[in-house]
Design a protein around this ligand. Structure first.
Ligand code: DAH
Length: 337
C-alpha cells in the first residue's frame, strides 16, 4: 500500500463510522466500535501494517492512524452522550416564574375614579361622537360661524364646513337635551381635539368630563357643592374650589374654577408656582339661549354645566409637570404609578 491509499482508506473508515453510528442504538454502536477500533479492527490492521512500510513513510502513516483513532473515539463518545437522554425533572415545589404585570395608566385611573365619584352623586354616564358636526360643537352652543370663541378652539376639519373633531365634550349636552326632557343629570367623559401647538400643558388630543344638571331651582351654589365634593374625593379632603368670572358662549354667568394646591392648600408654594391654585376648567349656568335651542323653557328650568380637563386633574393629583408624559408610553414614567 502506498500513502495515498492509506489516506483514502482512513477517510473511508471515518466516513462510514460517522454514517453508521446511531444515537438510539447503543448495541450497534458497541459493535461498530470494535469493528473500527477493536484489536482486530480495521484501524489496528493499518497500525500493524506500519512495520512493513518503507522506513521514511512510517512517521506520516503513524500520524494519520493516530488522527483516525482520535476521531473514531470522538465519534463513539459523542454518540454515547446523545444516547443518554438528559433527565429533565419537573419540580412542582418550585415557585412559578412571575410574569410582568401591567398597571393602569394614571390618566385612565383618574378618569375611572372621577366617573365613580360622579355616579355616586347621582349622575349617569353618556357618550357622544368624537367626530361632530359644526352644529353640535359650535352653533347649538351659541357659537355661530363668526363668533371669536371659535378661534381659540380651532380643530381638525374632516369636511369643511360640516364635520370636525370635537373640541370639547359640550356638544353631548345638546345631544342629550334634544333626546330627553328634564330633569337631566349626566356626565359625558371623552376625548377632544384641538389644533393647539404642543407644549408642557397642551396636546392635540385630551380628555374632558362634561357635566350637566338641568331641573327646577338649580343654582350656581349647587354646582359649587358638587365640584367641591368631587375635588375633595379625587385630590384630597382639604381641597377647596374657587370660581373666577369668565366667558363661555353657552353659559350665563360663566366661571372658570380652580382647585387649591394639594401641597400648600392655597397659600402658595413651589409646586403651584406660588399661586396656591390650579386651573381646572370652565363651568356656568346653562344659557337660556341654549335651553331654548333644545326646546326647554328657560322660565321653568335652569341648569349648571361644567367641563373638566382630566389630564389637568391627573397632573395636579400626581404632581406631573408635563402633559406629554401622559402620552409618550415611557415605562420609566408609567411604572411609578
Ligand atoms: N367646553 C369648555 C371648554 O372646553 C368648558 C366648559 C365651560 C364646559 C363651561 C361647560 C361649561 O359645560 O358650562 O373650554
Amino acid at each position: 500500500m502506498d500513502i495515498s491509499e492509506i489516506r483514502e482508506k482512513i477517510e473511508k473508515i471515518l466516513q462510514e463510522a460517522k454514517e453508521q453510528v446511531s444515537a438510539g442504538n447503543p448495541e450497534l454502536n458497541e459493535q461498530l466500535k470494535s469493528k473500527y477500533l477493536g484489536r482486530k479492527g480495521e484501524l489496528s490492521q493499518i497500525m500493524r501494517s506500519i512495520g512493513q512500510l518503507d522506513y521514511h513513510l512510517r512517521p506520516e502513516v503513524g500520524k494519520l492512524a493516530n488522527y483516525a483513532k482520535q476521531k473514531l473515539e470522538e465519534i463513539f463518545s459523542t454518540a454515547g452522550k446523545v444516547r443518554k437522554p438528559i433527565e429533565r425533572r419537573f419540580d412542582p415545589t418550585l415557585p412559578g416564574r412571575s410574569l410582568p404585570v401591567g398597571g393602569m395608566h394614571p390618566l385612565k385611573r383618574v378618569l375611572r375614579e372621577s366617573i365613580e365619584i360622579f355616579v355616586s352623586m347621582g349622575f349617569s354616564v353618556v357618550g357622544g361622537p368624537e367626530i361632530e358636526t359644526d352644529y353640535y360643537n359650535f352653533d347649538a352652543l351659541n357659537t355661530p360661524e363668526d363668533h371669536p370663541a371659535r378661534d381659540i378652539q380651532d380643530t381638525f376639519y374632516i369636511k369643511k364646513p360640516e364635520w370636525l373633531l370635537r373640541t370639547q365634550t359640550s356638544p353631548v349636552q345638546i345631544r342629550v337635551m334634544e333626546s330627553q326632557s328634564p330633569p337631566v343629570k349626566i356626565i359625558a367623559p371623552g376625548r377632544c381635539y384641538r389644533k393647539d401647538a404642543i407644549d408642557a400643558t397642551h396636546y392635540y388630543a385630551f380628555t374632558q368630563i362634561e357635566g350637566l344638571y338641568v331641573d327646577r331651582d338649580v343654582t350656581l351654589a349647587d354646582l359649587k357643592g358638587i365640584l367641591t365634593g368631587y375635588g375633595k374625593k379625587i385630590i384630597g379632603e382639604d381641597t377647596e374650589i374657587r370660581f373666577r368670572p369668565h366667558f363661555f358662549p353657552f353659559t350665563e354667568p360663566s366661571v372658570e374654577y380652580d382647585f387649591s394646591c394639594p401641597s400648600c392648600h392655597g397659600t402658595g408654594c413651589r409646586i403651584c408656582k406660588g399661586s396656591g391654585w390650579f386651573e381646572i376648567s370652565g363651568a356656568g349656568m346653562v344659557s337660556p339661549k341654549v335651553l331654548r335651542t333644545v326646546g326647554y323653557d328657560p322660565n321653568v328650568f335652569q341648569g349648571y354645566a361644567w367641563g373638566m380637563g382630566v389630564e389637568r386633574i391627573t397632573m395636579v393629583k400626581y404632581g406631573i409637570e408635563d402633559i406629554r408624559l401622559l402620552f409618550e408610553n415611557d415605562l420609566a414614567f408609567l411604572e411609578q404609578f
